[in-house]
Design a protein around this ligand. Structure first.
Ligand SMILES: NC(=O)c1ccc[n+]([C@@H]2O[C@H](COP(=O)([O-])OP(=O)(O)OC[C@H]3O[C@@H](n4cnc5c(N)ncnc54)[C@H](O)[C@@H]3O)[C@@H](O)[C@H]2O)c1
Length: 397
């Protein structure tokens, strides 16, 4: 069969097996080239990741974190992600193919890697990661928490919680765009009730991250002076009513609170827990947030014009080389609230002024001139294995 993208409302329902694998190969090559640069950099490699656990390893920021650790630093990696395997004429999730490509490429390069496709929120996932630490490479010196999920079953109560992307207090309206048809429309979202806020914090807050760290620490699976990092987003003020001040913002505030709790709890073991605020990128998760496609397309156009554009891999290279693995006598650079900031270029005054001015004038007639709709569409398709250079999409799969 030939596989073409099946997209509905900025959700892609299928994936191209070869395209997903090829995309991981392209990214691994980029990360590997960067290793060459690193080994001669003034920082050298005295501080480096050696054994890395990535929770949410198959896509977006988690996959990029794993690629930089594995192909950038030649660290052994253990990945956790939740995937659907292919069956009948239905393809698997993109991550199902990405995980296999990652493990195959790692083996070919002599880099240790193992991937568990399991619900990260379950106790079983924690047990598997603990066993893997024991059987290969010893305790983890870096634990990356990069989950984006619509649901979570709490293993203690068995209750399934559902996250919602909604404003709090009053309705939100903003302009959004379907990047496939180019149609702009107003999105109106009613505010969340208390139960929806509670459930979103349960899914996307820091409770599960803290459970992971407790499980790993009590099984001696965390190395002395290790680091753990979870990802968050702040974004421009126009998105705050929906994002930062909405349900997801409450969850991210909880994530930040948990990073402080984890850091205090395991300070005597030298553990450092960080939240890194990353820039907006196109991933399977971010594409479904209303208003984000229009903002991100405009942001991409402005940042590309100014040579400031970064994708997930660029961001993660910067996280490792300019934040986490810097000389021993230099502190990890943090903002006033103790967070790592990788959104500095996105949120710089001049970029934001230009994006805000464009978004105020954008309409159907000037959409492509002011915003990089095609760049958004292409990143989105590539995240599902489509439009990846070097793949013959006419070939039978
Ligand atoms: N995309 C952005 O623009 C952006 C910006 C800043 C921060 N972030 C943050 O980065 C983190 C990752 O987001 P992303 O955009 O890379 O998402 P993504 O959808 O690309 O990847 C999510 C990963 O989580 C895994 N996952 C989901 N549910 C799981 C489960 N139950 N068990 C195991 N694995 C599961 C998926 O398999 C996938 O590997 C999130 O915390 C997000 O808020 C994203």
């Amino acid at each position: 069969m030939k596989i073409t993208p099946m997209v509905r409302n900025n959700i892609c329902l299928n994936a191209h097996p070869e395209g997903c694998a090829r995309e991981v190969g392209i990214l691994a090559d980029r990360a590997g080239t960067f290793y060459g640069v690193q080994s001669v950099s003034p920082h050298g490699l005295s501080r480096r990741p050696n054994h890395v656990l990535i929770i949410g390893c198959s896509a977006g920021y988690g996959l990029a974190s794993r690629l930089v650790a594995g192909f950038g630093y030649h660290a052994a990696t253990v990945g956790i992600s939740f995937e659907r395997e292919p069956s009948g004429n239905r393809t698997g999730t993109p991550g199902w193919y990405a995980n296999r490509a990652f493990d195959t490429l790692s083996a070919q390069s002599g880099i240790q890697s193992v991937t568990f496709e399991v619900d990260a929120f379950s106790d079983n996932a924690k047990e598997q990661a603990i066993k893997a630490a024991k059987s290969q490479g010893g305790p983890y010196d870096l634990i990356v928490y990069s989950l984006a999920s619509p649901v979570r079953t709490d293993p203690e109560s068995g209750i399934m919680y559902r996250s919602a992307i909604k404003p709090i207090g009053s309705p939100y309206s903003g302009t959004t765009v379907d990047v496939f048809s180019g149609a702009m429309k107003e999105a109106q979202i009613q505010p969340a009730d208390e139960e929806e806020i509670f459930q979103t914090v349960k899914v996307m807050g820091g409770e599960d991250w803290a459970r992971w760290m407790d499980a790993l620490e009590s099984a001696n699976s965390v190395a002395e002076s290790a680091m753990t990092v979870a990802y968050s987003y702040i974004g421009p003020s126009l998105s705050w009513p929906l994002y930062r001040d909405g349900t997801i913002g409450r969850a991210k505030a909880d994530l930040e609170a948990k990073s402080r709790e984890i850091g205090h709890k395991y300070a005597s073991a030298g553990l450092k827990a960080y939240v890194s605020i990353n820039k907006a990128v196109v991933t399977r998760s971010s594409a479904v947030i209303p208003v984000i496609p229009l903002y991100v397309s405009t942001l991409f156009k402005v940042m590309k014009e100014r040579n400031l554009h970064e994708d997930c891999l660029d961001q993660m290279m910067r996280l490792y080389t300019e934040r986490l693995y810097i000389p021993d006598n230099v502190q990890v650079p943090l903002d006033d609230e103790g967070r790592i900031r990788l959104d500095d270029r996105e949120l710089s005054q001049s970029v934001q002024d230009e994006v805000t001015s464009r978004m105020a004038r954008i309409d159907d007639g000037n959409l492509r001139e002011l915003a990089d709709i095609d760049g958004f569409r292409q990143d989105f398709l590539r995240a599902h294995g489509f439009e990846v250079p070097g793949v013959d999409y006419e070939a039978e799969i």
